[in-house]
Design a protein around this ligand. Structure first.
Ligand code: AKG
Length: 262
């Protein structure tokens, strides 16, 4: 975690960096704004480039994480059913709720998204920005797997296929272990571009489910602590199992993409 100090003295602002307003102290004439961002090590960035995914620990912490947990729990318990969520939500079942930052009051300041975007820019490029988010919840006992796929496999649209860089950030709102449906990845699979996907929507409740035609034999499972995030590239093969653990699996998925011209 890196802190930067910004001094505002006699109406002159001496150091400027936009982004994360973390703390604000007013001491007589001097106002100090303390900002925080996460600076990745070169090893982390290289790991992402080589493997197509990386774990970043403690991305969301403290009060911000507590707030996200609160909003998430309210959402899965059916508190925010206005607009389209009413059609999708069912108690105690697999939930795939679109655009949680628009529905959940605790998510609306998008502070967690700013932090995640800042990390993704270090991994991919400076013009990465937020695209859309999804709440994916697998309660204990839920048997449905999310089949092996590349995120780019879901992007059939010609325009979307031209996106030069996209990153998906999977935030563990609660701890997730191997039995609960943590993310699995095939290391290095992003290096070979897009693979063919077949439609298996008739075999799965996952919206429009696709299965990649590829080799998944050397995959790795990635358990996380609450607040940790995995980042993966649009061509990285990944999968989650159902939840045979004793706790609910609470994932928040943020899709980010480059806004540069293709
Ligand atoms: O949360 C899940 O179970 C699947 C997530 C996923 O496929 C993704 O983040 O791209």
């Amino acid at each position: 975690m890196v802190c930067s100090y910004f001094t505002y003295f006699n109406h002159d602002l001496y150091l400027i960096k936009t982004n994360f307003k973390y703390n604000y102290l007013n001491n007589n004439n001097v106002v100090i704004i303390m900002l925080m961002s996460i600076k990745l090590t070169l090893e982390k960035i290289q790991f992402y480039k080589d493997n197509g995914y990386v774990v970043v620990e403690n991305v969301i912490t403290g009060e911000l994480l507590d707030n996200l947990k609160k909003g998430y729990n309210n959402a899965v318990n059916g508190c925010y059913l206005e607009n389209d969520w009413e059609k999708t939500w069912k108690p105690d079942s697999l939930l795939q709720l679109p655009n949680p930052h628009e529905h959940i009051p605790e998510f609306q300041n998008k502070e967690h998204i700013d932090i995640i975007v800042d990390i993704a820019r270090q991994l991919e490029c400076a013009d990465i920005g937020f695209w859309y988010d999804q709440l994916i919840y697998k309660p204990t006992g839920n048997k449905w797997e999310t089949p092996w796929h590349q995120d780019a496999g879901y992007w059939q649209d010609d325009e979307v296929q031209k996106i030069p860089q996209a990153v998906t950030a999977w935030l563990a709102v609660e701890d997730v272990d191997e039995s609960m449906g943590c993310m699995s990845f095939v290391p290095g699979s992003h290096l070979n571009g897009r693979v063919n996907h077949k439609n298996i929507a008739d075999k799965s409740p996952i919206g429009g489910a696709l299965l990649a035609e590829a080799d998944f034999s050397n995959s790795v499972k990635v358990p996380l602590k609450a607040g940790d995030v995995t980042f993966h590239n649009q061509y990285t093969l990944h999968y989650t199992s159902g939840n045979s653990g004793s706790r609910n699996r609470c994932g928040l998925v943020n899709h980010l993409k480059s806004f540069a011209e293709a």
